[in-house]
Write a protein that binds this ligand. Structure first.
Ligand code: ATP
Ligand code: MG
Length: 487
C-alpha cells in the first residue's frame, strides 16, 4: 500500500473533472466527497474505473449543475427512485473510452429482517460512511476547494489497509444481517486483495451464513465469478468454506471436502486438490471458463467414490459423472447455458485423457483421437491437465511432466502433418453403398470405422486412394463384391 499525503492526493486527483466537481459543489453550497472503491484503489495502486461521489445534499442537483457546465460532451442519467445520477464524459486519460461518475446524496439506512432493501433517509457524511460494508471501503476524500484532497477516515480504514484486513465499520453481525450480500463481498475482497478477514468479522460470517438465502442468485454468481477471477482464487474458496457459506451456495464443491481412511489407506482431500489445480490454472490464464473447468474437473468424485479391497479408494468414471453434473450446476448457479457450458462439460469429460496417454506409451492413434475430440480446445485441455498434476512425490511428478512433454510434441507433430481437428473420413457411406449396390446397413459403419482406425493408427496414409483400396480389401473379407470390378 502506498502512503498518500494531502499533496500527493492532490496530484493523484489532477484530472480536471475532480476540480470541476468541487467547483460545482462550492457553487451549490454543498459538501462533496469521493468515496468507496475509487479511494481504496488509489491507496492500493489498483486500476479503478467507476468513480463514486457522495454529496451532503442532493446528488442529482450536483450532477445537473455539472452537466450544465460540461455541455454536450457530458451525458446525464438520473435515477429518481434511487436518488442517484450518473454523468459520463470522454476520459481525460486520452483513451478512447468514457468515464463515469456516480452522484448520490449522503444517506442513512435502516433495515427490516426479511429484505436487503433498506428504508433510506437523508443523512450526514458519517451516517453514509458507517453504512458501508468495510472500513477500507469507507474512506472519503473531500473535493470542495478549501478542503480539496483531505482524507476522511472515520473507521481506521487506512490502518486496516496497511495491515491487509477486511473489517466492518460497525458491529459485523448488524452489517451482515442487514445485507447478507456483504458476506460474499467480504470473501471476494479477501480473495481479490489477498487480505485477511479480521477475527470478529469472520466469526460474524459464521453466525450469519444462513442469511445468504435471501440474496438473489444473480448477485451471488457475480461475486463468485470475481472470486474465481482473483489472482489466487483458493483464498476465496477456503474462506467460503470457513464461513460455512460454501455448502449453502455450492454444495457439490463442499462435498469434495474431507478425507476418509479405511484399513490405513486415505484418499486425498479433493477440495484442496481442486483449489491447487484452480490456482495453477489461474497463474497461466485469466479465462473465466477455463477456471470454472478447473473448479469442476473432479466434481464427480464424491459420487463415484468406492472402496475396493484390492485397489483401495477408486473414483472410476468420475470425469463422465462430473461432465453430467456441469449443466445442472450451471443452471442453478445462473451461469450461461450456451457454448461456454459445453466448453466446460467437454474439458471436465476429457480431463483424464492426456494423463492416461502420458501414463502409457504415447501412440499416434491415441493422440489423434484426443485431438479429434478436443478440437480447438486442445491447448486449454492440456493446460488443465498439467495443472492437475499436484503430486507431492517429486519423482512421480517429474515422470508425468516428462510424458506430457512427449504428448505435446506428438500433438504438434500430428497437427503439422494432418489437420485432425477437422478430420473427415475420406470414405463416405454413400460411396460404399454405390460401390456394392447395397442399402444402409451395419457393414457400412464397420467399414468406415476400419478405415478410420487404419488412418489414425498410421497403417495407411490419409488419402482417398489408400482409403478406398483398404476399404475394398476389408469388404472382401466380409464377403462383399463390388458391382463393377475396380482396378
Ligand atoms: P469493485 O467496483 O471493485 O467491485 P467497489 O468497492 O467499488 O469494488 P462497488 O460495488 O462499486 O464496489 O461499490 C462502491 C462502494 O459502495 C463500495 O466501496 C462500498 O463503500 C459501497 N457498497 C457497495 N455495495 C455495498 C453493500 N452491499 N453494502 C454496503 N456498502 C456497499
Ligand atoms: Mg466500484
Amino acid at each position: 500500500m502506498r502512503d498518500i499525503g494531502r499533496e500527493q492526493m492532490r496530484e493523484l486527483l489532477s484530472a480536471p473533472v475532480f476540480r470541476q466537481i468541487g467547483g460545482a459543489a462550492d457553487e451549490l453550497g454543498v459538501e462533496c466527497f469521493l468515496v468507496g472503491g475509487y479511494v481504496r484503489d488509489l491507496f492500493l495502486e489498483r486500476p479503478s474505473k467507476d468513480i463514486d461521489c457522495v454529496v451532503v445534499g442532493s446528488g442529482i442537483a450536483l450532477a445537473q449543475a455539472l452537466k450544465a457546465k460540461m455541455g454536450r460532451k457530458a451525458h446525464l442519467s438520473v435515477f429518481r427512485n434511487f436518488g442517484t445520477a450518473q454523468l459520463t464524459f470522454p476520459s481525460s486519460a486520452g483513451e478512447n473510452g468514457r468515464q463515469a461518475v456516480e452522484f448520490v446524496g449522503a444517506r442513512r439506512e435502516s433495515y427490516s429482517r426479511d429484505s436487503r432493501k433498506p428504508i433510506v433517509e437523508d443523512g450526514t457524511l458519517e451516517d453514509d460512511l458507517s453504512r458501508r460494508d468495510f472500513t477500507i471501503n469507507a474512506l472519503a476524500v473531500c473535493l470542495n476547494h478549501d478542503r480539496f484532497g483531505e482524507l476522511v477516515d472515520l473507521f481506521e480504514g487506512l490502518l486496516d489497509m496497511e495491515d491487509g484486513l477486511i473489517a466492518t465499520p460497525l458491529d459485523p453481525d448488524t452489517t451482515f444481517s442487514d445485507d447478507p450480500l456483504r458476506m460474499m463481498r467480504c470473501v471476494r475482497f479477501a480473495s481479490q486483495l489477498r487480505f485477511r478477514i479480521e477475527d470478529e468479522t469472520q466469526e460474524a460470517l459464521v453466525r450469519n451464513a444462513e442469511r445468504i438465502k435471501i440474496i438473489s442468485q444473480e448477485r451471488i454468481i457475480d461475486e463468485l465469478n470475481k472470486i474465481v477471477l482473483s489472482p489466487r482464487p483458493s483464498i476465496g474458496f477456503v474462506e467460503l468454506s470457513r464461513a460455512g457459506l460454501l455448502p449453502l451456495i455450492f454444495p457439490e464443491l463442499a462435498a469434495l471436502e474431507g478425507v476418509e481412511v479405511r484399513n490405513g489407506r486415505a484418499h486425498k482431500d479433493n477440495f484442496y486438490h481442486t483449489l491447487e489445480v484452480l490456482d495453477n490454472v489461474a497463474q497461466r490464464s485469466d479465462d473465466l471458463y477455463l477456471r470454472w473447468a478447473a473448479l469442476l474437473h473432479d466434481i464427480g468424485k464424491p459420487r463415484s467414490k468406492r472402496w475396493e479391497p484390492q485397489a483401495g479408494w477408486t473414483f472410476k468414471n468420475h470425469n463422465y459423472i462430473g461432465q453430467k453434473m456441469v449443466a445442472p450446476i450451471f443452471r442453478r448457479l445462473k451461469l450461461p447455458l450456451d457454448e461456454r457450458l459445453h466448453y466446460v462439460e467437454k474439458l471436465v469429460g476429457l480431463h483424464m485423457r492426456p494423463i492416461a496417454i502420458a501414463d502409457e506409451e504415447v501412440t499416434d492413434s491415441a493422440v489423434r483421437r484426443l485431438l479429434f475430440e478436443a478440437g480447438e480446445d486442445i491447448d486449454d485441455l492440456m493446460m488443465l491437465c498439467e495443472a492437475d498434476i499436484t503430486s507431492k512425490n517429486a519423482e512421480r511428478k517429474h515422470r508425468f511432466l516428462e510424458n506430457f512433454r512427449l504428448v505435446r510434441e506428438k500433438l504438434a507433430d500430428l497437427q503439422a502433418r494432418d489437420n485432425y481437428r477437422t478430420w473427415t473420413n475420406p470414405i463416405t457411406g454413400e460411396e460404399i453403398m454405390q460401390t456394392f449396390g447395397i442399402g444402409p446397413c451395419r457393414q457400412i459403419g464397420d467399414l468406415k470405422q476400419a478405415v478410420k482406425d487404419a488412418i489414425w493408427e498410421s497403417r495407411i496414409p490419409n488419402t482417398h486412394e489408400a482409403a478406398r483400396a483398404y476399404m475394398l480389401e476389408k469388404a472382401g473379407e466380409m464377403g462383399l463384391e463390388p458391382l463393377t470390378p475396380t482396378d
